[in-house]
Structures are given as C-alpha cells and as structure tokens.
Write a protein that binds this ligand. Structure first.
Ligand code: SF4
Ligand code: MG
Length: 324
C-alpha cells in the first residue's frame, strides 16, 4: 500500500553552550541523528526508547513544530521541508498529535464542546450547526456519548480526558496520527482501554499511527513494525513479530527483559543495564551504547556500528548482531 510518510536521513542538532554561560564554545546535541523510515497507509509504527533518545524530537519534526537540520520529511510524496507557514497549517489538518499528558493538553476553562470544536474553528471548517453535529459524532465514537459538551475537563477522569484529546485529534479527519506516549500518564487498567479504542478507531477510519512509548509492552500490542532508538539513532527495527521473537540489539533485549512476565512459565533472559543514558552532548565514542552494554568488545569503543540488514525486514546496528 501507499507510503504515507517518508523520513529520510533526518538530523536535528541543537546548539548548546558548553561550560560557563559566557563561553562562546558551542557544542551540538544530536537529538535525532540520521534517521530514515517509512510508514505505509493503515500501518502502525512504534518507536521505543528511554527519555532523551530523540523520539519526541522526531515526532515534532514530522509535525513541523521544529525544522530538521538536514534530511527530508515527505508526506504523501510531498516534502514538508520548505513549506510556507500557510501550507504548513493546511498540512497539519492531515497530521494530528495526541500528547502524553491529558491534564495539561486541555484548557481547563473551556467546555469540552468548545475543545473538540476548536480545530474546526481554527481551520474554518463547517457552519456552527455542522460543527456541533460533528462534536456529537466525536463524543460518540470515543465512547463519551453519555456526556454533554457543556462539561469542563476537570469533571472527567484521566482516561476520559485522553478520549477527549483523541476526539480533538480525529475531528479534522487526519490521515496520520502521532501518538506521543498517549497512555504513559494513565493507570495500567485504563491504558488497555485507550489502546483498544485507538485500535478500533484505526480499523474504522483506516488511520495510520506513529506510536511513541518507552514501554515495549504498549507498543507491542498496537504496532506492525517497531523502531528502537538510543541517543538519537535507530538501533533496531523490524516487524513487531520479528523484533519481539528474536531481538538482536542488546539494548532492545535489555528493554524487553525489564517487561514483567505474564506467567511464571514464561522464560526470558535478564539483561541489566549499567548506569543511565549518557549525556547526548558528549556521547560515548564508537557504539554509543558500549558503556552500558554487557557484551561490548574492544571494537565497540572505537567503531560505530551501522544499521544493517540482519534478516529481511529486520535491521540491527551492532557489531555482534547474530553472534550474541
Ligand atoms: Fe554492545 Fe558492541 Fe553491539 Fe554496541 S556494537 S550494542 S557495544 S556489542
Ligand atoms: Mg518524550
């Protein structure tokens, strides 16, 4: 099926001053460092990694909230780089975001009718009557039809507020929805409900998702393909099935080994990582992961591995892929 989004060799470097504030010496944080991938229509691609790995920056680059340092983002074959602000606004109708915090992203002074209607008002779509009708439809499809639009966000639970955010994202009939940790702030019992809703909506409206999370379990349930990121780079990517069945990169395996087991009969290797994610200002030489990697060999300190095909539909960036 059609490639909806193409990200090609995208880099985002931020200048930061190193040392005292008056220092002229500038260093760069490579928040996103040469990332390429495609999303086909109707597909869900999951991005996983610890905070600071570049996944949120990547989301903002795709949604044109920030501009890449280099590389291209193409939506339906059209470059999003170099568009005028007006063109960006039009494109944004088709790409919507759902953010992590359902509390912070809804203006507490606005009634939910106004909140769900807002994107229609901004994009000047429909008459007042049509917009009202659309809001009712949206409340229905996100499972809040029992409520009236004249309530305020504080009258809803966290899970319900995330449903309101989903309604807001869907009201413009977008083609791509970027979900940036949409369930991370919710109770575990509520997480599954929201994920199920997203899955149902995907089937019903043929949506395409880019789904960002730090939790591999969440991504597994919804994604067709996944990408694991570490310090701005993709370290492993493949179909969800492949990556979960035979994870190759030690970082992926460490993330998987921290997911609680579902039954006492399930067995899984345990890999414990040493230390925290290093500062992206001065990332370790060679493989950025070598200081934390239990398998690191001498070569890892000096030579950076490149993302390469391990088997079809499964790429890994590790010198020892297939040997450990
Ligand atoms: Fe570990 Fe070396 Fe592979 Fe990096 S390249 S993940 S340090 S084994
Ligand atoms: Mg984030």
């Amino acid at each position: 099926s059609e490639v909806l989004l193409e990200v090609k060799n995208v880099k985002k470097y931020f200048a930061v001053s190193d040392g005292p504030f008056f220092s002229k010496k500038k260093k760069h944080v490579k928040a996103v460092d040469d990332v390429s991938f495609q999303i086909k229509r109707g597909e869900t691609v999951g991005i996983v990694g610890e905070s600071g790995c570049g996944k949120s920056t990547l989301a903002r680059l795709i949604n044109r909230l920030i501009t890449p340092t280099s590389g291209a983002v193409r939506f339906k074959g059209r470059a999003l780089t170099g568009l005028s602000p007006k063109e960006i606004r039009t494109e944004r109708q088709h790409i919507q975001m759902i953010f992590q915090n359902p509390y912070a992203s809804l203006d507490p002074r606005k009634k939910i009718e106004a909140l769900i209607m807002e994107p229609l008002v901004i994009h000047n779509i429909g008459t007042k009557k049509e917009r009202r009708k659309k809001v009712d439809e949206m409340l229905e499809i996100v499972g809040l039809s029992a409520y009236h639009g004249d309530r305020y966000p504080h009258e809803f639970s966290g899970g319900q507020r995330q449903r309101i955010n989903i309604a807001r994202a869907l009201v413009l009939n977008p083609e791509l929805i970027i979900c940036d940790e949409p369930v991370s702030a919710l109770d575990v019992s509520i997480q599954a409900q929201v994920i199920n809703l997203l899955k149902d909506l995907q089937t019903e409206f043929h949506l395409t998702y880019l789904f960002i999370a730090h939790d591999l379990d969440v991504v597994r349930f919804i994604s067709d393909r996944i990408m694991v990121m570490y310090l701005g780079k993709v370290v492993e990517t493949g179909t969800c099935e492949e990556v979960y069945r035979t994870p190759q990169h030690p970082y992926t395996r460490a993330l998987l080994s921290s997911v609680p087991l579902k039954s006492p009969f399930e067995e899984r290797e345990r890999i414990f990582l040493q230390g925290d994610v290093p500062s992206p200002i001065d990332p370790p030489s060679g493989c950025h992961f070598h200081e934390r990697c239990p398998f690191a060999v001498e070569q890892c300190k000096t030579a950076a591995p490149v993302l390469s095909e391990y088997i079809a539909e499964h790429q890994v960036s590790c010198h020892l892929a297939g040997q450990i």
